[in-house]
Design a protein. Structure first.
Length: 571
């Protein structure tokens, strides 16, 4: 009986259950009544607009119909859509926007913890992998991402990184097609989860597989990684290709120049906490600490690596230790001259974002430290003791950070009233929301020629410019499809109050109209005498259809890959 009990607690399933319980301790406040309001609160609006876009029948969803005083905006043509797919699913199931917002973070933290444990179990003992996963979960910057910033895309993409490494290694070792399939799916989700974090994740992952290929004299490791990433770029082409091609149509700017947001060394070392903003100088309102436990683990791991002669985990140490040094260097203002060599470097905005990666790499060093102490020293108990200390210290020293600054008891419509001019969960309002007048949508980059967002809610979706046109009736077929009956005595112009952006098509009596922009950015088109009907809808442009076709072809290739493949089974 004792032996069965002992074996039970050694099983992977039980350890993962225990990790889930421990992990939920970092987000259980999100599961309690009430809601919190982090800095990126606008993601509630993004989830709602993704839901509206999907329900309007858009494939793929690009147009958020309620932004900019109901003019709409092609947010998901440019802004990473992955977290909002997940949020829209939760909203469809729960009918609650606040719950959907919080469940994205709950999902992310569970995926990250379990993914790191599984990846490390490819290399380290159960206790070392468990302790490292706990440290990763309770790294202070995780609390910043969830409770201070609400950085949904950044958080979710980093949470997927360990799972990607895990399934990629399983494919390298076992050569089974299911692992290749999963690695491509997860790497595709990484791309969709953040506009540029995928570049860092694939960069660090590529270095890892390159080191492995060099040390093991096996080029297949790096080759498989590159093939997986190439396939994922094909699958996600429907999003990134139009975003890349069409960003020239927008004012690409940021209110947060990179030079203003390098953390000071003391901010990385000295524990601090706050719910404020990132400012120029050392008086920031938020915490940029690496974490006391993380710092001690990093220092101890380097000492042990030098002092203890062993080769088993050299590649993981070199990769993780080197990555931490790179992150620390590029968070220091002395690296600014190198940052400036990177195109669009200011769009990264905050060098301290690299704290997300110091959390995962210091956790890997924790596993290295525990197993090296446990297997390469005279007393194996040192490894177990180190694991218990890391687990206890990680939780006890940082759990106090994992809480909101305040709890708000508002309903979904309170937030919709703030973020949209005339939307409620049940439909349109007859009057514009007063709360919306003070809401900033500055993260919506406006098209060239449009200096500011529309300052008032249109009285109707269609309206004539002159007196010779009468709009008799207007019908909303969907949020991205409209019809109108008109009576035209004299030829003139008609306003269609949506943001004029490629993808909108207007037909006047079945003849396609030429579109131009009005003073508020709305669509303007000519109507001729005798015209009686208008049809307007959002559709895919030619270049987007090409991108969609690339994604469809890549998905088909991935589906048939397990049956017919040019890539031989790994041996």
């Amino acid at each position: 009986m004792k032996k069965k009990t002992k074996d039970l607690f050694k099983s992977k399933f039980v350890i993962i259950v225990l990790l889930v319980i421990i992990t939920l301790g970092s987000v259980f406040r999100l599961l309690l009544p009430g809601f919190y309001e982090p800095q990126d609160l606008h993601h509630i609006a993004d989830i709602y607009q993704m839901y509206r876009a999907i329900m309007s029948g858009q494939i793929p969803p690009r147009w958020g119909p309620d932004f900019l005083n109901s003019y709409g905006y092609p947010l998901f043509n440019f802004y990473y859509p992955g977290p909002f797919y997940l949020g829209a699913f939760f909203y469809f199931v729960s009918g609650n926007l606040r719950t959907s917002y919080e469940l994205v973070f709950v999902t992310g933290v569970l995926v990250g913890t379990i993914g790191l444990y599984l990846f490390l179990r490819n290399h380290f003992s159960k206790i070392a992998s468990t302790a490292a996963a706990v440290l990763f979960t309770y790294t202070p910057y995780k609390a910043v991402q969830i409770y201070v910033r609400g950085a949904m895309g950044e958080f979710l993409s980093l949470s997927l990184m360990p799972f990607f490494l895990y399934v990629s290694e399983k494919y390298n070792v076992e050569g089974k097609r299911k692992w290749f399939f999963l690695s491509v799916i997860i790497s595709s989700l990484v791309i969709l989860s953040h506009n540029y974090f995928w570049l860092l994740i694939f960069g660090f992952s590529g270095i890892y597989f390159a080191i492995g290929s060099f040390l093991n004299k096996n080029a297949r490791l790096l080759r498989n990684f590159l093939f997986e990433v190439l396939m994922s770029f094909g699958i996600t082409a429907y999003w990134w290709l139009p975003a890349f091609l069409e960003q020239r149509l927008l004012y690409v700017q940021t209110p947060f120049p990179l030079i203003d947001h390098f953390p000071f060394i003391k901010q990385l070392i000295i524990p601090s906490w706050g719910y404020g903003a990132s400012l120029w100088g050392p008086m920031d309102g938020m915490s940029f600490q690496l974490g006391i436990v993380n710092i001690l683990v990093i220092i101890s791991a380097f000492i042990v690596f030098i002092a203890v002669k062993q080769k088993k985990h050299n590649s993981l140490f070199i990769w993780s230790g080197g990555a931490i040094i790179l992150c620390l260097f590029f968070m220091n203002i002395r690296s600014y001259s190198i940052w400036k060599m990177v195109p669009f470097y200011n769009l990264f905005q905050f060098p301290w974002r690299l704290l997300a990666f110091t959390g995962i790499f210091s956790s890997i060093l924790a596993a290295f430290l525990i197993d090296t102490l446990g297997t390469r020293t005279k007393k194996a108990v040192f490894g177990k003791l180190a694991a218990l200390i890391i687990i206890a210290a990680s939780i006890s020293m940082t759990v106090g950070y994992f809480k909101p600054s305040r709890i708000f008891y508002k309903n979904d419509n309170d937030y919709l009233n703030r973020m949209f001019a005339n939307r409620t969960t049940k439909g349109y309002k007859s009057e514009a929301s007063k709360e919306y007048l003070n809401w900033s949508e500055d993260y919506l980059l406006l098209p060239y020629g449009m200096e500011k967002k529309p300052d008032r809610l249109p009285t109707a979706k269609f309206a004539s410019v002159g007196d010779g046109i009468t709009v008799k009736s207007i019908r909303e077929i969907s949020p991205v499809s409209w019809e109108a009956d008109i009576d035209v005595e004299d030829s003139g112009k008609l306003n269609f109050y949506v943001l004029n952006f490629p993808g909108w098509v207007v037909y006047v009596n079945r003849i396609r109209a030429d579109l131009s922009s009005g003073e508020s950015g709305q669509v303007v088109f000519n109507v001729h005498e005798g015209a009686t009907e208008i049809k307007a809808y959002w559709t895919e442009t030619g270049s987007r259809k090409v991108a969609d076709a690339i994604s469809l072809f890549s998905i088909i290739l991935l589906i048939i890959f397990p049956i017919k493949s040019a890539l031989p089974e790994n041996k």
